[in-house]
Design a protein around this ligand. Structure first.
Ligand SMILES: Cc1ncc(C[n+]2csc(CCOP(=O)(O)OP(=O)(O)O)c2C)c(N)n1
Ligand code: SF4
Ligand SMILES: [Mg+2]
Length: 304
């Protein structure tokens, strides 16, 4: 299993790009590229990553990349795979690096089709929980109560009134060969999952929790701490779905409270006690669903 110390020194996603200080997206992509290696083609829809790393004539990627449209990552990456196949190049990693807006909302149709056809691609949802590139608008993946420029905070309305869409569950419903959630605060688990998607075939999906200090109104040095807090509070479960079986990769040990997580970010600073309770209830429901699946799987194993 790959260790963070074993990662190659060579940067395939180089410094000098224009991401904000502490950007979780840049950090995650840098490590992913080190694991995938040179033999990789990247698809980039419109998102922060494209703008800060791939605007001609400057680019941070040291591998070929293609940008077409915001909404078509699933189908564009599938097209790259098919073109490579025609050229007889069957050993190349094809990876789409799409934002949460480009995945949970506008790209869902192309993503669903690619997953259902079991296209031989790696699809990464870079989840910074809003449309950041265009000025912090809410997405389906924005969490409950978060302030964004389209979910303002006033006397009656207090940020986004709906909960975060669960894209991992949607991918499981497609019965894809592999889907997992990833936190940069758990590097061993993260690198193992990066290696897994590199070595498997068929449709592979990763949802990476990527802190956005700018959009979350959080200090840039808290990028990893926030990623850890999200897992420890149960807000962002570390999961892995492989060949029809769901695994929990880490059980929260309660090292941080939900209140601590929310108070560390300006986007939640208007939270009332009732809103805190709503978040806790949502976490409970999420974990109840996970436990139900786990118990069902255990019962089946015992029967077999
Ligand atoms: C069809 C279409 N609608 C809207 C846009 C404008 N647009 C470009 S990037 C973007 C936001 C991307 O959000 P997300 O996918 O979450 O990535 P992030 O910027 O947060 O990394 C939007 C709305 C576009 N390029 N194409
Ligand atoms: S707005 Fe957020 S996601 Fe975009 S570059 Fe800045 S920190 Fe990264
Ligand atoms: Mg986003």
């Amino acid at each position: 299993m790959i260790n963070i110390k074993d990662l190659p020194d060579e940067e395939l996603f180089t410094p000098g790009h224009t991401a904000c200080p502490g950007c979780g997206v840049a950090q995650a992509v840098r490590n992913l590229m080190k694991v995938l290696g040179k033999n990789t083609v990247v698809y980039l829809p419109a998102n922060c990553l494209l703008v800060f790393s791939a605007t001609y004539p400057l680019d941070a990627f040291k591998v070929p990349y293609l940008h077409l449209l915001f909404e078509n990552s699933g189908v564009a990456a599938a097209g790259i795979r098919r073109a490579l196949r025609k050229l007889g190049k069957n050993d190349v990693n094809v990876v789409a690096l799409a934002g949460d807006g480009g995945t949970a909302d506008i790209g869902m149709q192309a993503l669903s089709g690619a997953a259902e056809r079991n296209e031989d691609i790696i699809y990464v949802m870079v989840d910074n929980e809003a449309y950041m590139n265009t000025g912090i608008q809410r997405s389906g993946s924005t969490p409950f109560g978060a302030w964004t420029t389209t979910t303002p905070v006033g006397k009656k309305i207090k940020g986004k009134m709906e909960h975060k869409k669960d894209v991992m569950k949607i991918m499981m419903a497609h019965e894809v060969p592999y889907a997992a959630t990833v936190s940069p605060a758990f590097p061993a688990d993260m690198l193992r999952k990066f290696e897994k998607v590199k070595n498997k075939h068929g449709f592979r999906f990763l949802q990476i929790y990527t802190t956005c200090p700018t959009g979350w109104r959080a200090p840039s040095e808290k990028t990893i701490t926030l990623a850890r807090m999200a897992v420890e509070t149960g807000i962002f479960p570390l999961l892995e779905y492989e060949d029809g079986v769901l695994k929990v990769n880490y059980r929260p040990k309660g090292k941080y409270t939900v209140e601590e997580y929310l108070k560390a970010q300006g986007r939640f600073k208007h939270f009332t006690p009732e809103m805190m309770e709503e978040v806790k209830h949502w976490i409970e429901m999420k974990w109840r669903w996970i436990r139900t699946i786990e118990e069902g799987q255990k019962a089946l194993e015992q029967e077999e």
